[in-house]
Design a protein around this ligand. Structure first.
Ligand code: ZN
Length: 174
């Protein structure tokens, strides 16, 4: 039995434990969360979210790619969300590789240079700021005022906000 067969059994038990219930396709809290695929970050539990309350967009690093912008455009323009929460985290796998190194590895292994950017990073705060700016600068995302970025500590489970203008960094130095 492989892992997916285990999950199918889990799903039968899960469905049996719940009533049949139809929720609105529009997230109740009018929120979209963009975060990393990291297996230690249980987004619903960590943020106290329930089913039907928010869109959760995930990829390696929680990077604001064209596809994330596509999803945010649909989320805000068609499904009523208004706030965007970006959650990066400590000990991210994307900090363990470099753009050039991973690109070369892919090309060497396959003979094909990837068309996508790798988007590795070293400084997690700088990466959050970069992501906030990418959302704020996208013309396709109409509600850009309520974009906030955070770093989730995978050990303490606490969120720390990162400000684009460096206010937080300056206040820490005082
Ligand atoms: Zn990560």
């Amino acid at each position: 039995m492989n892992v997916i067969d285990d999950l199918l059994a889990n799903n039968r038990a899960f469905a049996d434990s719940l009533p049949v219930l139809h929720l609105d396709v529009r997230p109740r809290r009018r929120l979209a969360v963009v975060t990393c695929m990291d297996s230690r970050l249980n987004v619903f539990a960590a943020l106290g979210l329930a089913d039907g309350e928010a869109h959760i967009l995930r990829n390696a690093g929680g990077v604001i790619t064209d596809d994330v912008i596509r999803s945010l455009a649909v989320s805000q323009r068609r499904l009523g969300t208004r706030e965007v929460m970006l959650v990066h985290h400590t000990d991210c796998g994307m900090q363990s590789l470099t753009d050039d190194g991973f690109r070369a590895e892919l090309q060497e292994a396959t003979g094909v240079a990837p068309a996508f950017a790798i988007e590795s990073f070293v400084d997690v705060d700088a990466d959050v700021r970069q992501s906030i700016l990418r959302v704020r600068r996208s013309v396709f995302v109409p509600y850009r005022e309520s974009v906030r970025g955070f770093v989730y500590d995978v050990d303490t489970h606490l969120l720390r906000e990162v400000h684009v203008d460096g206010r937080a960094a300056r206040s820490r130095l005082r």
